[in-house]
Design a protein around this ligand. Structure first.
Ligand code: DC
Length: 217
């Protein structure tokens, strides 16, 4: 079997990380893990149970998170893939993602997925804290306006939300995710930076596949 590697894709909110990670994993026949979905699932559990950032720490043992082969996420065996995308979760997730015991638990699960390599994982701290030894690290950026426009297009049919609200949420999350104490959003020193402001999905995937090819050779 050909060599299998770990691919870490980090970057700011809504830069196209998940789309790239998912399509890359499909092409390579790798496992795809959306680590942001895991923080969103914990946030959903807290919101549903009215736990604040302090209280949730005592309830982490009640939370189990898993993915199926198509990348759907399950919170205590319930498929929450759609529910975690709501603005009520986006507005709270950075608060819960800043809590050290939550991060410890998520990182442990994430590292488990990397044991056999052949994984593409996207998030904020994958190349720095989860898999500092990843063979290929990408760091995605794009202008806030372009990111907000793309996210707004995705959300507008299912949610009552304006472009301005989406932009505001993206900027706030970037700020909180970058300034938290535990494993803040940082570019790994050995990451390849990709500006995704003007690339098509196909062009981006092609470029990433070339980088994988180079890494493998
Ligand atoms: O990728 P996303 O926008 O769905 O992630 C939701 C939030 O989860 C994001 O605002 C920050 C947090 N997150 C994190 O702290 N660490 C990760 N590895 C992934 C996401």
């Amino acid at each position: 079997m050909s060599k299998r590697i770990i691919i870490a894709i980090d970057g700011h909110a809504s830069t196209g990380k998940s789309t790239l990670a998912r399509t890359l994993a499909q092409k390579l026949n790798y496992v795809y893990i959306d680590s942001g979905a895991m923080y969103r699932a914990v946030t959903l559990y807290a919101v549903k149970n009215n736990f604040d950032a302090e209280q949730i720490i005592d309830h982490l043992d009640e939370i189990s998170i898993s993915f199926d082969v198509s990348g759907q996420i399950f919170l205590n065996k319930e498929n929450v893939s759609d529910e975690i995308r709501g603005m009520h979760i986006s507005e709270r997730v950075s608060e819960f993602a800043a809590i050290a015991p939550i991060r410890q638990k998520m990182i442990q699960i994430q590292q488990g997925y990397g044991k056999d390599k052949g994984v593409v994982m996207d998030g904020r701290d994958i190349g720095t804290a989860v898999f500092p030894q990843a063979e290929l690290k990408l760091f995605m950026s794009a202008s806030p306006e372009i990111r907000a426009q793309r996210r707004f297009e995705e959300l507008k049919s299912s949610q009552n939300v304006s472009y301005e609200e989406v932009l505001q949420n993206i900027l706030e999350r970037d700020d909180k995710d970058s300034s938290r104490k535990t494993n803040p959003l940082r570019q790994a020193k050995d990451a390849i930076v990709i500006d995704n402001s003007n690339r098509s999905k196909e062009n981006l995937l092609q470029y990433a596949l070339e980088l994988v090819e180079k890494t493998l050779n």
